[in-house]
Design a protein around this ligand. Structure first.
Ligand SMILES: Nc1ncnc2c1ncn2[C@@H]1O[C@H](COP(=O)(O)OP(=O)(O)OP(=O)(O)O)[C@@H](O)[C@H]1O
Length: 292
């Protein structure tokens, strides 16, 4: 693919190097050949293997259309959702041309490698934007289900504007909320306790899907503010899942000079999802509203 030129709904694009990949997709850096603007081009392969299983192909096509519908809808409501410039599909693949940025995870790694927190203004700026993007999803009845730094990219001249890129496993409540969350959300560091606890029944779990997003936002804020993640001391995924499954007490928040930051973290990282903040409480919290 790299090096090829493609036409998407009449606009020519140059495909350059591969910059990422998903479960069924490859993401390339590219350029709009009319304007020279850098873009990211996500190509989703609908056909599995050399023969192709019909049901699998159909489910990939449905996911592609669902993702596109959600992106186009949400990007009109909120500035912190990735901008889609063009999209197209044929029987074999779907293409999304979007704004290109740098993944937030890489910035986190630069700080975390030395156990350094991010500067307070950046913590506040990044987190407020994440909260706002999830606020708009919850407002229209959508649980993201996989909130983590990899799913945000940095754009703009100073790279301090975020965009949520991944709607991949987002879904509308209610059907089967948590079984999907549990199987699809692969990084235990951001997974909430109720998602791994067998003591929570499926009916209460489905009401908690939104609260799983709040937990993940809390973990991200913790990570930015302290330079490490709450479960970082546990080395394997199964240790982390076991810890979460038996978590009865709230996560202890270390001392921090910003009282509002500490309070909002306490509200996001409550073990019991019913006591955990809603997105409205987070969005209206003095930490988000009043700044760092
Ligand atoms: N707009 C973008 N700008 C820069 N990098 C991007 C962009 N979109 C995606 N990427 C890179 O590609 C990776 C995979 O993209 P994305 O998260 O959209 O795939 P996915 O949803 O996991 O895939 P699938 O839909 O196949 O499950 C990202 O983690 C990121 O590194």
């Amino acid at each position: 693919m790299a090096g090829r030129r493609i036409l998407v709904r009449g606009t020519p694009y140059q495909i350059e190097e591969q910059i990422g990949y998903g479960l069924h997709s490859l993401v390339y850096g590219g350029r709009d050949l009319r304007t020279g603007q850098p873009v990211a081009i996500k190509i989703t392969n609908f056909v599995h293997g050399s023969v192709g299983v019909k049901a699998d192909t159909e489910s990939r096509q449905q996911s592609f259309f669902k993702e596109i519908r959600m992106l186009l809808y949400l990007q009109r409501l909120n500035p912190y959702i990735i901008r889609v410039f063009a999209h197209d599909y044929n029987n074999g693949q779907g293409i999304i041309v979007m704004e290109r940025g740098e993944t937030l995870r890489d910035t986190f790694i630069e700080y975390m490698i030395n156990g350094m927190p991010l500067p307070p203004f950046l913590v506040h700026r990044f987190w407020s934007q994440m909260v706002e993007s999830i606020f708009y999803m919850h407002r229209i009845g959508i649980v993201h289900g996989d909130v983590k730094p990899e799913n945000f990219i940095q754009v703009g001249s100073d790279r301090t504007t975020l965009r949520l890129i991944d709607m991949g496993i987002s879904f509308q409540l209610p059907p089967n909320v948590t079984s999907r969350l549990k199987t699809a959300a692969g990084t235990p560091d951001y997974v909430s306790p109720e998602m791994v606890s067998s003591r929570v029944g499926s009916s209460s779990r489905s009401k908690c899907g939104y609260k799983a997003d709040i937990w993940a936002l809390g973990v991200i804020l913790f990570e930015m503010a302290f330079g490490y993640r709450p479960l970082q001391g546990l080395s394997t995924n199964s240790e982390k899942l076991r810890f979460l499954g038996f978590l009865h007490q709230d996560i202890k928040i270390p001392k921090h000079p910003n009282k509002n930051l500490r309070k909002v973290l306490q509200g996001c990282l409550r073990a019991n999802p019913r006591r955990r903040f809603t997105i409205e409480e987070v969005f209206g919290h003095p930490y988000v509203m009043e700044g760092y």
